[in-house]
Design a protein around this ligand. Structure first.
Ligand code: EPZ
Length: 429
């Protein structure tokens, strides 16, 4: 529940990156022993990943550092009930095949934003000598003898690159992954793997070259997960939509360049210094054109949040989603708040104006963030339903928003009536 219409101001510390933490937690399977990781965000998805590791025999402890013990792998299956909830579980394929020579992983099926196939993952792993059969909705994989190979990806898939990379580090010989994803989360995974003794060149470029090694061992020092550039970008959008002044801290400004450039185009003032980025909105928002692309292009995970910015601009903006086939679901909910948005295929045409408070329904992680931003901008009480989507990717969003002056609270199902909603938001004051 949000009582919106007031500027957000102040500093907010950004947590570790969800999309770096998930592959790195799973990569611990490649090196038997105890691993320690710093700056792992406390999210539903990281908890799901730790419980998946627990189910296959690798216990963990959370705290300042997350400790994972992968001495023993007793089981090599990622069942449907886990993969259905968190698609990134398919990342166990590469490590389990490299460690145990076999893996059974449920096909992820689709999700709200698209069909999410894993054909590129399987094609790349097959090039390394893995053999797969699909049975009962599961992928059954075996790998008797992993050998390096040249892999040409049809698109720079992020988790596809990660799955193949994690198998290649223990394959015999040289692997080259062409058209690899270049996201900072790939670079962080590669740095973690190098800390275990892997030999990887070209992380962050579109060609990864991996010299396989016979074994990997846990790093002597904890690996620190990079900051979450999407969380950071979301807070910067909060400054834009509320006419505020927000500084995100503990970030890598270099990861935020495409996002910052778009907010500058929309009329915000951007200031990067050290590990902070500040966004101030000093005048009316201007319309902009946006097209999502693989890194270093504009990230698809920020498209929904920028759509909320566009609904408040003086003029017509266009947002083209080129990565996922169904990632404009937030448009319908923003219309409930008075936004004027036309959809043509993967393109949204947004005629900017004002937003008015309403009850809206979250459909996926980043759409929920866009609706929270809209609630922060619109005067009055906005209720965002199915808020569990947010818990997958944003650590303590309510607490952090309150620190910036937002009047926001969680309203449990039992507290539906108006007065209690007011109480929940007033408590935030
Ligand atoms: C990763 O998903 C991220 N998730 C996503 O973040 C992010 O939106 C996406 O990359 C794009 O940046 C994690 O890292 C855990 P892709 P991923 O494979 O790897 C198609 C969030 O909100 N494709 O790069 O699943 C696919 O359908 C999440 O944090 C194939 O066709 O995305 C999509 O259209 C959402 N075959 C496109 O490629 C394949 O084998 C890009 O997908 C693989 C992908």
């Amino acid at each position: 529940m949000i009582d919106g219409g007031r500027p957000l101001e102040g500093q907010v510390a950004v947590s570790g990156s969800k999309n770096a933490a998930l592959p790195i937690l799973i990569a611990t399977l490649l090196a038997p022993g105890e691993h320690r990781l710093a700056n792992v965000p406390d999210l539903a998805d990281t908890s799901s990943t730790l419980s998946l590791l627990g189910r296959i025999g690798c216990p963990s402890l959370t705290g300042t550092h997350v400790r994972v013990d992968t001495t023993r792998v007793a089981y090599w299956e990622a069942p449907y009930d886990v993969v259905r909830k968190m698609r990134a579980s398919v990342l166990v394929l590469g490590p389990l095949l490299a460690r145990c020579g076999k893996a059974v992983v449920s096909l992820p099926g689709g999700c709200a934003i698209g069909t999410r196939p894993i054909d590129q993952h399987l094609k790349g792993l097959e090039a390394l000598g893995c053999r797969f059969r699909i049975e009962g909705g599961n992928v059954h994989g075996v790998a008797d003898d992993l050998r390096g190979a040249d892999v040409h990806l049809d698109m720079p898939t992020v988790t596809g690159t990660e799955n193949i990379l994690m198998a290649a580090v223990l394959a015999r010989g040289t692997t080259r992954i062409h058209n690899a994803a270049r996201e900072p989360e790939i670079v962080d995974l590669a740095n973690f793997l190098k800390g275990l003794g892997a030999q990887i060149e070209g992380a962050g470029s579109s060609t990864l070259v991996i010299e396989g090694v016979p074994r990997l061992t846990p790093a002597s020092r904890p690996h620190r997960i990079i900051p979450d550039r999407i969380e950071a970008g979301t807070w910067l959008c909060a400054a834009a939509v509320t006419g505020g002044d927000v500084t995100v801290t503990d970030v890598e400004p270099g990861h935020l360049e495409a996002i910052g450039a778009k907010l500058a185009e929309a009329g915000c003032e951007i200031e990067a210094a050290g590990t902070t980025v500040r966004v101030r909105r000093t005048g009316p928002l201007r319309p902009f054109q946006l097209r999502t692309l693989p890194y270093p292009g504009f990230p698809t995970d920020m498209q929904a949040q920028l759509m909320t910015v566009a609904t408040l601009a003086n003029g017509t903006s266009t947002l083209e989603e080129t990565i996922f086939e169904n990632r404009l679901l937030h448009a319908a909910e923003l219309r409930r708040m008075g936004a004027r948005i036309e959809e043509r295929g993967g393109m949204a045409i947004v005629h900017g104006g004002t937003l008015s408070a309403a009850a809206v329904m979250a459909s996926d992680l980043r759409a929920s963030a866009a609706l929270v931003l809209a609630g922060l901008a619109a005067p009055g009480l906005t209720e965002v339903l199915r808020i569990y989507h947010l818990d997958r990717g944003y650590e303590d969003l309510v607490g952090k928003a309150r620190k910036l002056g937002a009047r926001i609270g969680r309203v449990s199902d039992g507290e539906r009536d108006h007065d209690r909603m007011l109480a929940a938001t007033a408590a935030a004051a």
